[in-house]
Design a protein around this ligand. Structure first.
Ligand SMILES: [Zn+2]
Length: 355
């Protein structure tokens, strides 16, 4: 494949990052924000914000006294989320030079990324560095430029800039490897792979291909006897099947948009008794012939410590409910767990009359 050079504004910025499996927040109005239009794109420049907190991005978007925003096209949060701030030119490069780039004039040719970091010793979390490398690789691949056009502000600047605070040489080597590796494997392969693992029970595929989940990042596909969910950040990017029996309960709690989030483990069958499956925000338990319930949080940890459903309390027979005294309670086959801010109390043999 011969890369195609890109001239003009990178209107594809959010899509290219998302296709790389990265988390993206598109800021309202980003497609109209900038100090005029880009000329030909020749690379990316890495910065740190010198702030280090969750409120660094407004300065990048709005500017500061004497320097109107935008000050970069992208902000990279510490959890690896990219904020897409502007499609047009931003004031980030200042004076400097780099082979193949116009001296003292990079702002019209280079996409600026501001990584949230204080620059004076704050660590760069692994999720943020991973996203930084993948984001640079995705952009360079899109504009047909090599990893050598991934440049640190400190390398470019003739004005004494020191950002970013990580080593650019090893960073570039990783970016080069990612560019050469090509874009990530299409997500339908993960769902297809899980469908093969689950072929003994999951039945015929009902959806053609797969559908986007509400967050726009994950994907799912429906089958006769269950569904398969995929999200790049969950279960190391592997898809997970959820059987129809648990899907009914999952639906009651809002699927992946509810507190349960995405499935994090394959389900467990307790023969003749019921099904169990872990999700990001709790674990679903459903006995055959009964409603299912999630177990989570402090009550869930106490219950787990006593042996889960094989412990003295047995399976859950209610969700958590308000216990009327400022705390929460949950009923199990053989008793109740009460939680209040001072701890969890077990009450064997007692259950709410409501269930
Ligand atoms: Zn900088």
């Amino acid at each position: 494949m011969i890369p195609v050079a890109w001239t003009g504004d990178p209107i594809w910025l959010a899509d290219v990052l998302r296709a790389e499996g990265l988390k993206v927040i598109e800021h309202a109005g980003w497609r109209g924000r900038g100090h005029g239009d880009f000329r030909d794109l020749r690379g990316v420049m890495c910065h740190h914000t010198a702030g280090g907190g969750p409120d660094d991005w407004p300065v990048v978007q709005n500017g500061r006294p004497g320097l109107p925003g935008p000050l970069a096209q992208l902000v990279l949060e510490r959890d690896g989320t990219f904020r897409v701030i502007a499609v047009g030119v931003a004031w980030h490069a200042g004076a400097g030079s780099h082979p193949g780039w116009p001296t003292d004039n990079a702002n019209w040719h280079v996409i600026g990324i501001e990584g949230v970091n204080n620059g004076v010793g704050q660590v760069w979390p692994a999720a943020q560095m991973d996203a930084y490398r993948r984001g640079c690789a995705a952009i360079l691949r899109r504009i047909g430029r090599p990893a050598s056009d991934c440049v640190g502000h400190k390398e470019w600047s003739s004005e004494g800039k020191i950002d970013p605070s990580f080593d650019m040489v090893s960073f570039r080597a990783e970016v080069a490897r990612l560019i050469a590796g090509g874009p990530p494997v299409p997500v339908e392969n993960e769902i297809d792979a899980e469908a093969i693992v689950a072929r003994a029970w999951i039945g015929a595929r009902l959806t053609h291909g797969e559908l986007p989940t509400a967050d726009g990042i994950g994907r799912f596909a429906r089958f006769a006897n269950g569904s398969i969910y995929w999200h790049p950040d969950v279960r190391n990017g592997e898809a997970t099947a959820v059987p129809a029996h648990l899907m009914e309960t999952y639906a009651q709690y809002g699927y992946e948009t509810g507190f349960l989030g995405y499935p994090t483990l394959r389900h467990t069958v307790v023969p003749g008794v019921g099904d169990i499956q872990a999700f990001e925000g709790g674990t679903l338990y459903r006995r055959y012939g009964h409603d299912g319930f999630p177990v989570r949080g402090v009550i869930g940890r106490r219950w787990a410590a006593e042996g889960h459903e094989t412990g003295p309390l047995g399976w859950p027979i209610s969700d958590e409910y308000d216990n009327g005294t400022g705390g929460l309670a949950q009923d199990f086959q053989k008793g109740r767990l009460q939680w209040d801010p001072s701890g969890v109390v077990k009450e064997m043999g007692r259950r709410s009359d409501a269930v």
